[in-house]
Structure formats: C-alpha cells, structure tokens
Design a protein around this ligand. Structure first.
Ligand SMILES: Cc1ncc(COP(=O)(O)O)c(C=O)c1O
Length: 287
C-alpha cells in the first residue's frame, strides 16, 4: 500500500480495514470465474485457471497460481467439512489494495477470494428458456473484449430492463446492433443457410469457458463446423435453433424469443439435443 492513513466509514460506522481499499471494489480492477462444483470436483478448473491467468496479465495483475490453488483448496476443505459437494465456486481476483487514485501500485499484491453458493435447483436446462432483447447496447472495446473482468455495469443495466420471470435472460447487442451474448451467457444459433454460428467477441462480450469448450472439443468431436461471425437481428429471426451456454449451467436451449412484442416459439431440435448429449457424456456435471 502506498498510503496507510485512510480513514474509512461504512454505513456510518468507522472501520479500520485495508481490504476496503481494494481496487476491485473501487474500480472493478479484477476478474472473476464462476465454476461448477460437481461431486467435490471442479471439472473445468484448468480452463478457468488458464483464462484467469491470461486475462489477469492484460489488467496488469501478475497472478501467482499457488495463491489461487491455496484459496481453492481452502474453500474445498471447508465444503468437505460441511458435506457440500456441489454448487458453484466463485473465484474473484482483484488488483489488491491501493492508494486513492487510478494509478496501479508499483507492486500489485493480488487478492484472491473464493466463495461457494448453491445453484437454484429449478433451472430449466431441459425444458429451455425464453429470451427477450435488451435495449441497452454494449460499448465497443476491443481492449477489454473477451475478459471476464469485474466491471459488470453493462449487464446490471441490461438486466434491470425486465422483472418478469417469463424471460430468463436477454440478448445483448453492441453499438453497431450486432449480437454479442446474453446478460450472463454466450450464444449459439443454427440457421439452414449458415449452419451453427456464434458471435465474434472481438469488440465486446465475455469469451466464456463453456463457449471455448464447445468450440474446441464438443463441436469438433461431432465433426460439426461452427462459424464465428457478425450476427445482425434479421439473421436471428431466420434461425431455427438457438442455445445459450455458460460454465455453470452448460447448454440451455431457447424455446421462445420475444420479437416485436411477439413471443416467437422455437423447438428444441435434434441438433441442439445432440450437442447437449455429447457435452453431458463428456462432462456429467452438465447432465
Ligand atoms: C456476460 C457473460 N458472458 C458470458 C458468460 C459465460 O462465461 P463462462 O462460460 O465462462 O461461464 C458469462 C458467465 O458468467 C457472463 O457473465
């Protein structure tokens, strides 16, 4: 820390704790991973750690994997003691505490936080979900695109557009009206003319661990090509299958899409089911 004379008050109560000067809290200077815990293991841990270390360096955080491993082992031990073997482990890495001001401290001592929460049991992975379209537009920012950083105000504002549980999630577009992802997942679409496609994440969006797994392992194992491309709204209307994915829920088919105030129904076709099946065969946590 460059300045240790900072006085802190929270909700009117004086506190003394350097942790409150965390740059993740102050500026969103950090990253997070939400990882599926299944039978006491984190099946996609290697992919999560690879993304975390790569993206940390892009934010000027030199991350010591030993510290991350120690934090994960520690939370796993606590979970074992409480006989908890499933749910989600969220890992947060921040640029640690700093003095007032944006300038990154000369020595960044990253803070690694792990927390566990249970998955709400009634996610309709099999039945599918309805999606709406968010009005909020994602900014174009090639420098931050792909990184799962802590600044999630875009998603918070987009998610505040509806309260109706009919829609589990919303499509998010960038400022050129190109599809990027949903508020908390990546997206794959199937059209007769183009086959499977997924949005390019060159200028906006999170390069999801599950998206990476589907592109590197699952689709290739089925010998099905996927094109990464620019996707405009008119293309979405022509799609006959659509699913969203993230590393907590795996693949969730979309069964309805709100377009011009009409909920357009979509069938969960055999194409989506096949990809879901192969994912579940290889990674039973996504059954
Ligand atoms: C905005 C956003 N995009 C995509 C994803 C999917 O990422 P992953 O597959 O790593 O869970 C998430 C997951 O939290 C997300 O919040």
């Amino acid at each position: 820390m460059e300045n240790n004379s900072i006085i802190v008050s929270i909700n009117g109560v004086s506190v003394s704790n350097d942790d409150l000067l965390d740059r993740g809290l102050a500026y969103g200077h950090g990253l997070f991973e939400t990882m599926c815990l299944h039978e006491g293991l984190i099946p996609l841990l290697d992919r999560h750690l690879e993304r975390l270390v790569n993206d940390a360096s892009k934010l000027g955080i030199d991350l010591d994997l030993a510290m991350v491993d120690a934090t994960i082992s520690n939370i796993k031990q606590s979970l074992v003691q409480q006989h908890i073997t499933s749910g989600v482990i969220k890992l947060i890495v921040t640029a640690g505490s700093g003095a007032a001001g944006y300038k990154t401290p000369a020595i960044v001592l990253p803070r690694v936080i792990a927390l566990h929460f249970n998955l709400n049991g009634n996610h309709p992975a099999q039945q599918g979900i309805n999606l709406r379209q968010c009005h909020y537009r994602l900014p174009l920012n090639p420098r931050l695109a792909g990184i799962k950083h802590l600044n999630r105000l875009d998603q918070v504002l987009a998610r505040s557009e509806w309260a109706d549980d009919t829609y589990a999630d919303g499509l998010m577009f960038d400022q050129n009206d190109c599809l990027v992802e949903t508020t908390c997942a990546n997206i794959f679409l199937y059209s007769t003319s183009l086959g499977w496609i997924t949005p390019s994440l060159q200028s906006a969006g999170v390069s999801g661990v599950m998206r990476g797994l589907l592109l590197d392992e699952i689709f290739p194992s089925l010998a099905i090509p996927v094109t990464i491309t620019e996707i405009r709204a008119d293309l979405i209307s022509q799609c006959e299958a659509l699913f969203v994915c993230n590393s907590v829920r795996g693949i969730t088919p979309v069964i309805g899409l709100l377009e011009d105030n009409n909920l357009k129904p979509l069938a969960i076709g055999s194409r989506t089911k096949m990809v879901q099946l192969v994912l579940a065969d290889n990674y039973p946590c996504f059954k």
